[in-house]
Ligand binder design. Sequence first.
Ligand SMILES: C[S@@+](CC[C@H](N)C(=O)[O-])C[C@H]1O[C@@H](n2cnc3c(N)ncnc32)[C@H](O)[C@@H]1O
Length: 233
Amino acid sequence: MKPRKREGYEGTGPGAITPDGCAVELYARLPVGDEPDVIAAAVPAGARVLELGSGVGRVTHALLERGFTVTAVDESAEMLERVRGARTVRAPIEELRLDETFDVVLLASFLVHAGDPEVRRGLLRTCVRHLAEGGCVLIQREGEDHHTDVPRERVDPAGFTVRIVSAEPVGDGVHAVHAEYAFPDAVWTQTFRSRPLTRERFEEALEEEGLRVDRYLTQDGMWVRAVAATAGD
Ligand SMILES: C[S@@+](CC[C@H](N)C(=O)[O-])C[C@H]1O[C@@H](n2cnc3c(N)ncnc32)[C@H](O)[C@@H]1O
């Protein structure tokens, strides 16, 4: 059964399109960046990682190479088919109920900016539900100018151009963001909903679900290590 398209999310491009508008075939061509280094520096060696919204395994594979054990979760079967060497679980993150906990729960790719606050709460509750005692949640959030420095584009050395074409308000503090990934032979376009969160608002959202920021991992504030609010008290 195909998962339902998420409201406000659209994608065009060759092959399968995920409910949040990703073109799987083109997503599979994206190289990994510094994400595995940021993650590896923030968690114990060999940790058990629950990766939420893993996609094709772009980050998963690099984490496996570094000796982590990864359970990769995604609602797209077509994405998960491309993950190698990790346990995969197909589910909406909000509904995930594995009967186990993990040293590290990873919520990357700006998913915490979900337009619908109920979805965001569901994502964070899943993080908390699967967090082992003494463990941490690593979250990737948007940079300060994500919605204001628009349009912008970046030419990737791997041979494609990423454009953030527009970010338009659609009410209730949410933006419809339109992005394009242009490869020489194909284009993927994605429209998605994103709720800008100031640092303060982001921290409040975590607190609402029983998490607190332990520390910001990168200068730009985009990678965050969070722990259970009760940890270390
Ligand atoms: C932009 S891709 C990022 C993939 C991966 N994190 C990476 O950095 O390469 C987002 C992925 O998250 C999945 N996804 C988004 N929201 C989800 C949700 N609520 N539940 C399960 N999967 C979700 C999509 O299917 C897609 O594969």
